[in-house]
Write a protein that binds this ligand. Structure first.
Ligand SMILES: Cc1cc2nc3c(=O)[nH]c(=O)nc-3n(C[C@H](O)[C@H](O)[C@H](O)COP(=O)(O)OP(=O)(O)OC[C@H]3O[C@@H](n4cnc5c(N)ncnc54)[C@H](O)[C@@H]3O)c2cc1C
Ligand code: SF4
Length: 497
């Protein structure tokens, strides 16, 4: 504990946010990294608890008490080493992790605000980059083993960086034209700058990770490469899983959970109804100087259906693109603004969260189900409104429509952001890997065969195993998967890659 009275005397330091009026004029990040002094103050609030619940709650088990103490004492290089001993991507989690750890921080039991762990994490890594403290860590020697990783989201990147540093030759295959998975194509630039991602990918490439983009991997090459509606691909080449198994000692599938949940209600065929990622990916590409986003929202009444991060991201992008009005239709009930922290700590607080995008000006409708898309009276080929009904939630997540609450809402454009159910079934159907009841690839999370699928040469990790989740879980799975693959490869003779 660097400051024995810090937790009593020092107030929480919030990261500075650009005003709404300014930030909606651009797509750049609008949250500033803490200054050195702010970070020292924030870290000095840490109580160095005997049982650090924050560390337990973080899927990566970051060592917050230690790196907080080091920051509070100005020991930045040690803080960076401590942070990256558990998390290879703090520049990502420091920006877009929902900071599960902070709900478990003991200080939150006594003070209105816990320790701002996420902001310290971001500060440590940005300080390290700015001060030349980020070393390149290519392996000292190669093991002769090789692994193909399919997908390049956080699970794949976490697996690749680890395996490569352990001396395994790693080649990442990605169907999109750039590396990053949802970090690149999905999450808007104002939450995560693609320069931050590129800086890391450059470092990984310099350490020896091989990246192959625009390459779709399918169970067999004969399988027609038509993926489910709503799944995007920029592939120019197709490689089969069988070829990868032939060429590499092991294959890791980190292909995400890309199949979007659809809303199959009357009027779904009308123009002007899009999956969220059609809109978000196109905007990421436009921001990168590629083709313009064909989904035009300027001056339109936009309805976003769904309640999670994806919906929030659609709201923020639509506002920046000049939508006349944005309404979010969420069938979940509105949660209370606060809970008694002592009654739920150290677990999740089920309270109403307002994202920075929602702050930027959207109307939120709760406990509202969309029942039909209705054609525009003058343009019958496209959507003009939606019909809705209020719902009540009952036991076993049963929702009951409430009579007399039917309504309608003007909608020039609808974005469906209702989540993702499982990885593409088309792509890997013929691989005949065991799946769980939700159609994710089946593999144990621990034990001597952790992450191994029903095909012993194929490992699965991230959202394609766990189901749609969070970046921090994907990073944790990717890292643990690397360890499991590495251990299991030790027993095998080498193949040349
Ligand atoms: C819009 C949106 C916003 C989100 N915001 C947040 C957030 O703010 N914070 C947070 O913690 N989480 C967020 N999430 C969730 C988070 O992004 C995911 O949980 C995480 O990216 C999953 O990582 P992954 O590596 O398993 O898969 P993904 O990131 O989905 O990456 C999978 C990759 O595999 C590639 N691929 C798939 N099939 C093939 C194939 N056959 N051949 C070659 N390549 C293939 C895909 O193109 C993709 O690049 C968000 C999700 C969405 C959709
Ligand atoms: S990765 Fe997320 S949960 Fe873990 S310490 Fe960082 S902000 Fe907290």
């Amino acid at each position: 504990m660097a400051n024995e009275r810090g937790f009593m005397e020092l107030p929480f330091v919030a990261e500075t946010h650009e005003s709404v009026a300014t930030r909606i004029t651009h797509f750049n990040e609008f949250i500033a990294t803490l200054s050195d002094a702010e970070a020292v103050q924030q870290a000095s609030r840490c109580m160095d608890c005997g049982i650090p619940f924050c560390q337990n709650r973080c899927p990566l088990h970051n060592d917050m008490p230690d790196f907080n103490k080091m920051v509070a004492q100005g020991r930045w290089a040690e803080a960076y080493q401590t942070l990256i001993s558990t998390n290879d991507f703090p520049e990502i989690t420091g920006r877009i992790c929902p900071a599960l750890c902070q709900e478990s921080c003991c200080l939150g039991l006594y003070q209105p605000k816990e320790v701002g762990i996420k902001s310290i994490e971001r500060k440590i890594v940005e300080y390290a980059y700015a001060n030349g403290l980020v070393p390149s860590l290519p392996p000292q020697e190669r093991t002769g083993k090789s692994v193909a990783i399919v997908g390049s989201g956080p699970a794949a990147l976490a697996c690749a960086i680890r395996l490569n540093r352990l001396g395994v030759t790693v080649c990442v295959y990605e169907k999109m034209d750039k590396i990053g998975g949802l970090l690149r194509y999905g999450i808007p630039d104002f939450k995560l700058s693609k320069e931050v991602l590129d800086r890391k990918i450059k470092q990984m490439a310099a350490e020896g990770v091989i990246f192959k983009t625009s390459t779709l991997v399918l169970a067999t090459k004969d399988a027609a490469p038509n993926l489910e509606a709503g799944i995007h691909s920029d592939h120019k080449a197709v490689v089969s899983l069988a070829e990868l198994k032939e060429q590499y000692d092991a294959v890791v599938l980190a292909v995400g959970s890309e199949t979007p949940r659809d809303l199959k209600i009357p009027g779904r065929e009308l123009n002007g109804i899009h999956f969220a990622l059609d809109f978000l990916i196109a905007q990421n590409k436009e921001n990168q100087g590629q083709s313009l986003n064909p989904i035009e929202v300027k001056g339109k009444k936009v309805v976003v259906i769904g309640g999670g991060e994806t919906a929030s991201d659609c709201i923020g992008v639509a506002i920046r693109k000049g939508a006349a009005q944005v309404t979010q239709v969420d069938y979940h009930e509105e949660l209370p603004e606060t809970v008694k922290v002592r009654e739920v700590w150290p677990n999740a607080r089920h309270i109403k969260h307002t994202s920075t995008s929602q702050e930027e000006g959207c109307t939120r409708l709760f406990a509202t189900n969309t029942t039909a898309f209705v054609a525009h009276p003058e343009h019958p080929e496209r959507v003009g409104s939606i019909t809705t009904v209020q719902v009540k939630w009952g036991p076993k997540r049963k929702i009951t429509p409430l009579k007399g609450t039917e309504g309608s809402l003007e909608a020039d454009l609808v974005l469906i952001a209702m989540g993702y159910s499982h990885p593409s079934q088309q792509a890997f159907e013929q691989a005949q890997l065991d799946k769980d009841e939700r159609l994710n690839f089946k593999a144990a999370l621990s034990g001597s065969h952790a992450f191994q699928s029903s095909d012993p040469q194929v490992f699965v990790t991230g959202d394609c195993r766990k189901g749609q989740s969070l970046v921090v879980y994907a990073l944790a799975e990717g890292r643990d998967c690397a360890q499991s693959v590495y251990q299991q490869l030790q027993a095998l003779p080498c193949k040349s890659a």
